[in-house]
Each structure stands twice: as C-alpha cells, then as structure tokens.
Design a protein around this ligand. Structure first.
Ligand SMILES: CC(C)(COP(=O)(O)OP(=O)(O)OC[C@H]1O[C@@H](n2cnc3c(N)ncnc32)[C@H](O)[C@@H]1OP(=O)(O)O)[C@@H](O)C(=O)NCCC(=O)NCCS
Length: 294
C-alpha cells in the first residue's frame, strides 16, 4: 500500500468521496444533489485522503465566521488506523480559531479531536418522534399538533423583505443563528432553505429550518432568544407538518426540550458528543443543530 496523499477535493474527486460517505450511510437522507458535501466545498473545505490513486477518506468543515464546524471525518475500514484520518484533520482544521464538532463514539475520533484542542462538552442526542397513532395527546403536543398555545409557524412569505436570492426571513434567522452558534453562516442557511422540501419557520423570538425527507421531517438548525423560545420554534416547525410519519431532531443534552420530548415518547436513536476548543461559541440550551450542517 502506497503513502497517503492529502489535498483539497476537486470536482473529479466527488464520486470517490460519495462512495466513502455512502459506506458510512451519511448520504442516506441526501439522495439528490446538491448535498451537504457540496455545501462543505462551497461554504468551508473538503479534504480527501488518497492512496494509490483511490479516495480512501475525506473530511469536511463548514465555516461560521471564525468558527470551524468539523462535519465529517471518514476513512475506509481497510485504511483506518494508518494515519490517514490524522493527516486529513491536520490539513482541514485551522489553528487559533474556535473549532467544534459532533464526535462519534469511535475512540480514534475522540482522541484525535482532543489532541486537536477540542474537549468533550455535552452529549448530542438524535431523537425520533413516536408514530402519529402512538403519540397520544402528550405526544401530539410535543409533535406540535393540536397545541393552540404554540406560536403559529410563519412560512417564508411572511418574513421581512430580503435581498435578491435570499429567502424571506433569512436575514432575521441568520442574525439569531449567528449569535447562538458563534458566527455568521447566512450563505449556508440560504442555500439550505432553497433546497426542495425545506421551509423556514419564524416565531418572532426563534427560528427553525425543517426539511421533508420522504415521509419524514428533519428539524434543525433551530434556535431562540431563550431555551423556551427555541423549543417553541421547533414545535412550530413540527406543527406546520402534521402529516409526517416521523420527526427527527438533534438535541444537546442540556437543552430543556430533551426531557419534554422523552416524556412524550420520543426515542433516542443515536448519540454523538459535542466538542469544542473553547467554551462559548454555541449556546447549547437554546439551539438545536442540524446533524450535517451543525
Ligand atoms: C475516526 C477515523 C476517521 C480516524 O481515522 P484513522 O485514519 O483511522 O485514524 P489515524 O490512524 O489517523 O489516527 C488514529 C489515532 O487514534 C489513536 N488511537 C487509537 N485508538 C485509540 C484509543 N482507544 N484512544 C485514544 N486514541 C486512540 C491512534 O494512536 C492514532 O493516533 P496517532 O496517529 O497519533 O498514533 C476513522 O477511524 C473512521 O473512519 N472511523 C469510523 C467513522 C467515524 O466514526 N468517524 C468519525 C466521525 S466523528
């Protein structure tokens, strides 16, 4: 096996990158292009690891102002533990500015990220709503249905006037998102809001992006002025999609929505660890990230 080469991805690398990503099932919810890998290239950096002319791994970062969100780091099983992941990471992550990620439970990932200056701070739990018929009244409320006190979801048409090419309301959502996540990424959010099936929900004190993936709804990123405002925005987005089979959200362990949703019958599907180089960039009690976009 030859020496690995690490470099920034070019167009011709993308089939190889998608092959690696598919191996780890990260493209399951992204059957159409552009996908989040395209977003990493457009709004951050995508680095590949190549051995003997074949893409064997890749890593991706999305930028929010000064903050770098490490979204992906994957190496094919046959090439793991041979230094490729570390080389990709060294090339990908800047030094001296905040870095954050959602680490898997692979000890190599956790170890590499700690040695890159990040520290594990809080679990990030991936929750799924109960099926509609099992929700019961409490479940229905937590899904956002029949909850008269919830603020009405404002569809894209009601947002403030926006610049050309920017979805209405995005300016407002982007400002709050920047405050909650440590840096501006209105470009990334506008791109996401423009994808088929994606809607932006504004409550006046919070925002939530929601995306229909088949029969399911993926909610996030979402945030609010207070933890309750964030919860209201999430529930408004859910309530605006009463017919969906299943709702998926990623909830930081310290967010007050976590006990509420579990109480209402939502289930934990998976778990990562939120890691950061310094305290502060992300308000974990009033923000719900998107699993792939941060
Ligand atoms: C995590 C992953 C990307 C790492 O890439 P890799 O090429 O296998 O890792 P490397 O060989 O470059 O580095 C692994 C490092 O972890 C260290 N390590 C191994 N086991 C460890 C453990 N139990 N505890 C701490 N460190 C450990 C190794 O010593 C090595 O460090 P070194 O190069 O300084 O000696 C890769 O293993 C992978 O794709 N895993 C499955 C997918 C995944 O979970 N990705 C992470 C998503 S957040």
């Amino acid at each position: 096996m030859g020496e690995s080469i690490v470099r920034v991805a070019v167009d011709a690398d993308m089939p190889g990158v998608r092959e690696v990503a598919s191996r780890f099932e990260t493209l399951d919810d992204w059957t159409d292009m552009p996908d989040f890998l395209d977003a990493e290239r457009a709004f951050g950096t995508l680095v590949v690891g190549e051995v003997d002319g074949r893409i064997v791994g890749f890593g991706g970062v999305l930028r929010r102002g000064q903050v770098s969100h490490l979204g992906d780091l994957y190496v094919l099983p046959d090439h793991q533990s041979s230094g490729v992941g570390r080389k990709i990471l060294d090339r990908l992550l800047p030094t001296g500015t905040p870095r954050v990620t959602f680490a898997s439970d692979d000890p190599r990932a956790l170890g590499l990220y700690v040695r890159q200056g990040m520290r594990p701070v809080c679990p990030l739990l991936y929750l799924t709503s109960p099926p509609p018929e099992d929700s019961g009244s409490q479940g229905a409320e937590a899904r956002g249905k029949e909850a008269p006190d919830e603020p009405a979801a404002r569809g894209p048409v009601d947002g403030p006037r926006a610049e050309k090419g920017e979805p209405p309301g995005m300016r407002e959502a982007g400002r709050l998102d920047a405050r909650l996540t440590g840096g501006d990424r209105t470009g990334t959010l506008s791109w996401y809001a423009g994808l088929p099936g994606v809607t932006l929900h504004l409550t006046g004190r919070g925002y939530a992006l929601a995306r229909l993936v088949g029969e399911d709804l993926e909610v996030g990123p979402a945030g609010g002025e207070t933890p309750q405002d964030c919860a209201d925005a999430v529930l408004a987005a859910v309530g605006a999609h009463p017919g969906v089979e299943e709702v998926q959200v990623a909830v930081p362990g310290v967010h007050p929505l976590l006990p509420q949703l579990l109480e209402a019958g939502w289930e934990i599907d998976d778990m990562d660890t939120f890691m950061t180089t310094e305290p502060g960039p992300v308000w974990l009690d009033r923000y719900l990230p998107h699993p792939d976009l941060g």
